[in-house]
Every structure is written in structure tokens, then in C-alpha cells.
Design a protein around this ligand. Structure first.
Ligand code: OAD
Length: 255
């Protein structure tokens, strides 16, 4: 089944030299990782203020770290889905390709994508807030197993936290600059599985559009970004992305 039937979309994609993609929690939903908003979303049951802020980590380290440890375990058990693999395949088609993600699950990398621009960090990394020492999942597990009252501490005595961006914290500057750059220069920009509610990531599709990009949204539902999209592909990204990549491959001139 072809999904690219709009001749204007075909023309734009065919000519595209720069393709940029922004992904959100929706792309990992079919891998079994819950999204944040919408039905059964994490933030409908839990309070972000109590679990995803530096203040709560500092005041309630054990509770916050147990929750992150649990999420690490969920992520480790999950596998990339066809949507993640399709984006890796898409990366080889244009002259230049950027993959920007708000996800902290590392599933794009596990599907083979390289140079992923992570805007909100990576849950499989941890570091000491005092001396900055990094802890891999295995090293962190060892510390966590022996932690007094589930409060993980570095050998220097500092608290160990996950390398994720919490509410009220700045995004990694270099990655944000790379993401802005990718959006501004994109000929085609895909917004995949994101509700578009968290800035500054949510500004990227509009920025791309202002820079002249053809904006494609892939989502199971309409979002605040849908009004701006040139093409809306409604459904599961794990089904739509592989089809879209097939369509693009057939319409590109043979090398
Ligand atoms: P959200 O949970 O806000 O939105 C997920 C989006 O994915 C929704 O629009 C769903 O309709 C869509 N969706 C669900 N399943 C899908 C599927 N199989 N295929 C395609 N789309 C699907 O997640 P994000 O937009 O990523 O921030 O949330 C942004 C940020 O808010 C997160 O990075 C996190 C959170 O608080 C931090 O932790 C800093």
C-alpha cells in the first residue's frame, strides 16, 4: 500500500537534500514504552513535579531514583520497533539527514542510528552531581544495589542522578543548537510521535516550516502542530514509517 499519493509531496521529497526528523515518545510506544500524555500516559497517573525535577530528586532521592531505576529496567527489556529501523534506513537516502529525539530510551541508537541529537538526555547514563563522574547502567546497578536507603552516592559522597533533563532545567546547549540548525536547513521535516507540547523541542517543526521545509506529521492523533503540517499521516509510526521509506525509495532516482 502506497501512502505517498499527493504529487506535490512527491516532488518536494524527491528534491529534498536535507531531511530532519523530530521524534517523541509515540515512536517508542509500539516498543512497549508508555508515552507521557494521552490515555494511559505517565503524566496522567504520576506527577512530573514529584518525579522529574531537581528539587524532588534532592528532597526525595530514594523515591525518584527508584522510579528512574524502574524505567531503566523497562527500557532495557524493550526493543526498537520497525519505526526506529525505518528512520535508520531513511538516513541513507538524502544528502544530509538529522535525527533529533526527545526520547531518553536510546532505541534509535539500538536500531543502528548514529549521531542522534538527544534533547532530553539518556536514561541509560548517570552522573555524580558533585564531581561529574559518569556511571554506566552496570556501574550504577552496583552502586544502587549497595546504596543505603536507596540513595545512590558516588565515591566522592555526591548524589548520582540520571542524565535526563528535568522540568526547569536547560537542554544541552550544543545539542539544541544542532537541532535548530537541522530544522532551519531542512527541506523536509518529519514530526513523529510527539504531542508538541514541550518547548523548545516543540518549536522545531515551526522553525523548519518558517525556513521553507515541507512539514510531515506522523501521529495516531491530531496535535497542536497538525495545523501547520503540509502532510498528515495518521496512524502508528511503526507501520507508517516503513511504508513511507519504501515509497520514498521507489520515487528517488536510482544511484
Ligand atoms: P507525549 O506523551 O506528550 O506525546 C506522545 C505523542 O505520541 C502523542 O501525540 C500521541 O498521540 C502519539 N503516539 C502515541 N502512540 C503512537 C504511535 N504508535 N505512533 C505515532 N504516534 C503515537 O510525548 P512527547 O511529545 O515526546 O520530557 O513529550 C515531550 C516531553 O514531555 C518528553 O520528552 C518528556 C515529557 O515530559 C522530559 O522528560 C523533559
Amino acid at each position: 500500500m502506497k501512502i505517498l499519493s499527493d504529487p506535490s509531496a512527491i516532488e518536494v521529497i524527491k528534491k529534498a537534500k536535507n531531511i530532519a526528523v523530530l521524534t517523541g515518545a509515540g515512536i517508542s510506544a509500539e516498543s512497549g514504552i508508555p508515552t507521557f500524555r494521552g490515555e494511559n500516559g505517565l503524566w496522567t497517573k504520576l506527577s512530573p513535579e514529584e518525579l522529574a525535577s531537581f528539587e524532588s530528586f534532592y528532597q526525595n532521592t530514594a523515591v525518584v531514583m527508584e522510579w528512574y531505576k524502574h524505567r531503566q529496567e523497562v527500557i532495557m527489556k524493550c526493543k526498537p520497533n520497525p519505526g526506529h529501523y525505518a528512520l535508520n534506513e531513511l538516513s541513507r537516502l538524502p544528502e544530509h539527514f538529522d535525527l533529533i529525539t526527545q526520547n531518553i530510551d536510546g532505541l534509535h541508537q539500538r536500531a543502528g542510528s548514529r549521531d542522534v541529537i538527544e534533547l532530553h538526555g539518556n536514561l541509560l547514563e548517570n552522573y555524580c552531581i558533585r564531581c561529574g563522574q559518569k556511571y554506566s547502567v552496570e556501574e550504577f546497578d552496583e552502586v544502587f544495589k549497595n546504596a543505603i536507603n536507596h540513595v545512590p552516592r558516588c565515591h566522592c559522597g555526591g548524589l548520582i542522578r540520571p542524565n535526563v533533563v528535568w522540568f526547569g532545567e536547560a537542554l544541552p546547549r550544543e545539542n539544541l543548537e544542532m537541532a535548530y540548525n537541522a530544522a532551519i536547513h531542512a527541506d523536509v521535516f518529519l514530526s513523529v510521535g510527539t504531542s508538541g507540547q514541550v518547548r523548545p523541542a516543540a518549536d522545531l517543526p515551526n522553525l523548519a516550516k518558517q525556513g521553507g521545509a515541507f512539514l510531515i506529521e506522523i501521529n495516531t492523533q491530531k496535535t497542536v502542530l497538525s495545523g501547520e503540517a503540509d502532510l498528515i499521516l495518521q496512524g502508528n509510526s511503526g507501520e507508517i514509517l516503513p511504508q513511507l521509506v519504501e515509497d520514498i525509495k521507489t520515487l528517488l532516482p536510482k544511484a
